[in-house]
Design a protein around this ligand. Structure first.
Ligand code: ADP
Length: 492
């Protein structure tokens, strides 16, 4: 596209850096831009268009105009476009992964895995698009038919976070498009480049103008205010912090928008005396240290039964001490930087607070200032009390707080003693306990002897203050549809 701005530095390839509205790349109305940096070094990677309320409104206008033709397109044709997008993402996977590491900091192998995961949603919803079945229900009278139709909800606003800058975009946009909705996407100001690259591939795939719109901004509240207040936006899908999610939920009340919210978590990871410890250690390291702990389903509290506590901690400490910290683009790196200096300071304050309250550092326990302001060492702490902030707040860092417990009842009570309910994990070889725990844990996602659980086919979402709705799976498509009951009479 002629108007497209390129930024060769960003990926080693070319990534547009403007707003995408009505099928065109364009500058923000003010002409302003904001910069995106590499969390590993602080180096500026790109400057992208800085949308304000005017641009957000233009994006909603475009989506609203595009929606009536888009919803009328047969689902099979929408599915074909999604397939085309899928194939384009696949053929650009390496560049997308490099870009992701550059703007987000995660190790390259993880970035590659995220692109595959992200693209899995596009494929999954290309398949699901064809199966948005309705129902025919036995009618109460012979001269009637009772039909239930699934219709697209309308214009959707999608607000995505920085921890999975590609996957959170496709997990929302692919089902919205599959259902026949038009989208306005606002990615995180910290990681807009992956979203820009993905939307550029959607453009290349041939989605009609206005069906996918993208507004990058450094002023999320200004753009958010437009998206939440405009009555033409019929649904908001948000992934991010609980505090912002609650605010957006309140802002959507005025127009009673449909909501999908994926908010914070405080996942317990419970290791019973009868656990397979190798399996539990593998699961914990894979779950907790992915993305340097910056995931809402990362274990936030590790509860270990007293019989295996010391052995488990010793083996965990050896594994954690061996994790290599470094830039995501270096070979063999397991832990990259945290996203911002503020994120590092939060992790540091939580750990220091726990130590001041009596916890003991077994490994790590300090900021790695020698690497820069955003680095924190992989850490294991013991003697953590459930009342400590470290065990209550989402740390979003490479820190394992170990809490000792005695009985199953105590573990369940501790696990559920939180306003959150996203994920919970436990390791035990006792089959009866597996079933007891599976039903006792108040969480939308439960891993029994497994801690790497996200995939396209399963519903992802939380109980309690962790959110509303589910993403992925057939339920993830349903979130973007309304049910219409059609009563046909006079058929006798
Ligand atoms: P985190 O704590 O993980 O950074 P946030 O909830 O702050 O999560 O951010 C998640 C997403 O929400 C980002 O895209 C961010 O720009 C956006 N956001 C933050 N505040 C607002 C707001 N007031 N209105 C709309 N979007 C917002």
């Amino acid at each position: 596209m002629e108007s497209r701005k390129r930024n060769g530095e960003a990926s080693g390839g070319s990534v547009p850096t403007q707003l995408f509205v009505d099928g065109e790349w364009r500058e923000a109305a003010t002409g302003q831009r904001f910069s995106v940096d590499d969390p590993a070094s602080g180096e500026i990677v790109a400057a992208v268009a800085d949308a304000g309320a005017v641009d957000a409104r233009a994006a909603v206008d475009a989506a609203h105009r595009a929606w009536s033709a888009w919803r009328a397109m047969p689902a099979t044709e929408r599915a074909d476009l999604l397939w085309r997008w899928h194939r384009l993402i696949e053929s650009h996977a390496e560049d997308l992964a490099r870009l992701l590491t550059r703007e987000q900091g995660k190790p390259f192998a993880e970035a590659r895995a995220e692109i595959a995961y992200a693209n899995g949603f596009v494929r999954w919803f290309a398949e699901e698009a064809r199966r948005a079945y309705g129902e025919v229900i036995p009618a109460p009278r012979p001269d009637r038919r009772v039909l239930v139709l699934r219709e697209p909800v309308g214009v959707v606003a999608a607000i995505t976070p920085w921890n999975f800058p590609a996957a959170m975009v496709t997990r929302k946009i692919a089902p919205a498009l599959a259902a026949g909705c038009a989208v306005v996407l606002k990615p995180s100001e910290l990681t807009p480049l992956s979203a820009l690259a993905l939307v550029d591939l959607a453009r290349e795939a041939g989605f009609p103008p206005g069906v996918v719109n993208l507004v990058t901004t450094s002023d999320a509240p200004a753009v958010g205010a437009v998206l939440t207040a405009d009555p033409r936006v019929r649904k908001l899908s948000f992934t991010g912090s609980t505090a912002v999610g609650k605010r957006l939920m309140a802002d959507c009340a005025g127009t009673v928008k449909k909501l999908s919210l994926e908010l914070g978590g405080n996942a317990p990871f419970i290791v019973f005396d009868d656990a397979d410890l190798d399996r539990a250690l593998d699961g914990l390291v894979a779950n907790k240290f992915r993305n340097a702990g910056q995931a809402c389903i990362a274990a936030n509290r590790v509860l270990v039964q007293h019989g295996v506590h010391d052995r488990f901690v010793e083996r965990l400490a050896a594994r954690v001490a061996a994790l290599r910290v470094g830039r995501g683009d270096e070979d063999g790196v397991a832990i990259g930087p945290l996203i911002t200096e503020r994120a590092r300071a939060k992790v540091e304050a939580l750990v220091d607070g726990a130590v001041a309250a009596g916890a003991r550092v077994v490994v790590g326990g300090r900021a790695l200032h020698e690497l820069g302001p955003r680095w924190y060492a992989p850490t294991v702490l013991t003697g953590v009390g459930p009342e400590m902030r470290l065990a209550c707040d989402e740390a979003f860092g490479p820190v394992v707080p170990v809490i000792r417990f005695a009985t199953e009842a105590e573990a369940v009570a501790l696990a559920n003693d939180t306003p959150y309910g996203l994920a919970a994990y436990f390791y035990t070889q006792d089959a009866t306990r597996i079933f007891r725990l599976a039903s006792a844990l108040e969480a939308g996602i439960v891993g029994a002897n497994e801690a790497v659980v996200s995939n396209q086919m399963a519903p992802f979402g939380g109980y309690k203050e962790s959110g509303i709705g589910r993403e992925g799976s057939r339920h993830g498509l349903a979130e973007y549809t309304e049910l219409k009951y059609l009563c046909l009479g006079g058929l006798g």
